[in-house]
Design a protein around this ligand. Structure first.
Ligand SMILES: [Zn+2]
Length: 147
C-alpha cells in the first residue's frame, strides 16, 4: 500500500475501526509522517451460473455489451442501457448471494427491455433464452403481442 503523499510503501496502522461493511484503518507513513486512510472489505465477487453449469464472475461491462448488441440501431438512449446494466449490477451485489443463475439476470433484462423496446426484447430473448428455432422465437413474439 503506497502512501498517497510520497509513494513509499511502509506505513503504520494508528487506528482501526469497524465501519459496518468493512474495516477502516488510519495509517501513518513512516517516511513522510503524513496520514491516510484505507478500507478493507470482504471480496463480494458474485458468480453467474450459466445454463450449462459453467460459472463466471458477474461483469457489468459484459452484460452491457450483450444488451447493446440486442439494442443495436434501435432508438434507445445509451444512458438508458447503462442505467439498466447498473441497476442489475446493484441487484447482483445487494442480493447477498455468492451465485446467481444467468436466467435470473436474463429475465431482469427482459422485463426491462419489454418496456423499453419490443424488437430489442426479442433479440435479447433469442440469445439469452437460447430460443433454438424460429418456432420458439415466434411463440415468444406471440406471447409478447398477446399481452
Ligand atoms: Zn509518505
Amino acid at each position: 500500500m503506497k502512501c498517497p503523499h510520497c509513494g513509499q510503501s511502509q506505513s503504520r496502522v494508528i487506528d482501526t475501526r469497524d465501519s459496518g461493511d468493512g474495516i477502516r484503518r488510519r495509517r501513518l507513513c513512516t517516511n513522510c509522517d503524513q496520514r491516510f486512510t484505507t478500507y478493507e472489505q470482504i471480496n463480494t465477487a458474485v458468480h453467474i451460473i450459466k445454463s450449462d453449469g459453467r460459472r463466471e464472475p458477474f461483469d457489468r461491462i459484459k452484460l452491457l455489451n450483450g444488451i447493446r448488441m440486442a439494442c443495436a440501431k434501435r432508438p434507445i438512449a445509451t444512458a438508458e442501457l447503462e442505467g439498466l446494466a447498473e441497476s442489475i449490477e446493484e441487484y447482483v451485489h445487494n442480493a447477498g448471494k455468492a451465485e446467481i443463475p444467468s436466467s435470473v439476470i436474463g429475465n431482469m433484462v427482459l422485463d426491462r427491455l419489454q418496456v423499453i423496446d419490443p424488437v430489442a426484447y426479442i433479440r435479447f430473448a433469442s440469445v439469452y433464452m437460447e430460443l433454438p428455432d424460429l418456432e420458439s422465437v415466434r411463440a415468444e413474439i406471440d406471447r409478447f403481442i398477446g399481452r
